[in-house]
Design a protein around this ligand. Sequence first.
Ligand SMILES: [Zn+2]
Ligand SMILES: [Zn+2]
Length: 337
Amino acid sequence: MGFWLFSIYMVISVSFLFVLLCVNPHGTGPLSYLSRFFYVKLPAFFDRISLKILGPMGKSKISYYALYIFNRPNPFFQLTYLSLSLGGYYIFYAQAFPFIPNPLVPAIHMYLGSIMYLLALCTFFAACWKSPGKVTQNNYKKYLSLFPYDNILFKENSCTTCKLQKPARSKHCSVCEGCVPKMDHHCVWINQCVGYGNYKFFLAFLLSHSVICLYASMIGFMIFAYITLSERLFTTVFTDREGNRVSGSWIVVFQYLIQEHQKLFFAESLCLVVGILLGGFFLYHLLLVKNNTTSNERMKRLDLQIDDKKAHLLNQPNIYNRGFLKNLEEVIDAEPF
Ligand SMILES: [Zn+2]
Ligand SMILES: [Zn+2]
């Protein structure tokens, strides 16, 4: 993989993940159109193609498995996360640790990196294990007393599925089969909803993974710098595929490093992309905490924004916002009933 190919790969993967994670597919504008393309048009296209190739029976089988993976509680994405995360750690263990210690990376980074990785893993298990809470016959009155109805996004009504009065800020999740208090979104990576009870663990998950990924990519970068200096790559003469002799320019050294250390380079660049994205996602959620709102409420506001008859309701202040510190306290103290 050459330098330009790598740059294109980085730009495309960051933009792609940004559109998938941060852009509202129901909004207006070119980015929303792109998001709609991935979430609505592309699946519809594959639907038509699979019907043509596999026939109705084959297609219904594929749809069944796809629906199962995305719309039923199952550990598919949790196992994917564990494979990627343990695989990434193993690549660093096998490919990067042999270069440590060196004059640029002291030995402590081996232990520090491993401890940080373990902590990040713990936040993943905590986010999976801790329940966001579920509104039931026994506890719905307690959840009703948590937040008042703002009569903008939440009005007094009942959930048609649970047949219970719906507490303000709750939302019914068809995957978890229940109304989730202060629902943010359903997260396939932790195989449950992010809501009232586990939001703090989700924030810890985002922060710790962003930090460990950026830290790992920085260590990887320092190891490549060490290899470059110790092997004197900038003064080395290389031979290209056609047999021509080329001196060690930035691009040539870069290509040489990629070729010689493919696994480490792949893991390092993936860590960089994921670290930046998760960091952005963490800041986005911190902003939600600052305003005491949720992703679900943000979507509801965006829907109101494009509704001419109801847009004026958005001029009223958010009654749940009590200032950053109190909002943060609310997140940290939240314990489901
Ligand atoms: Zn419900
Ligand atoms: Zn859910």
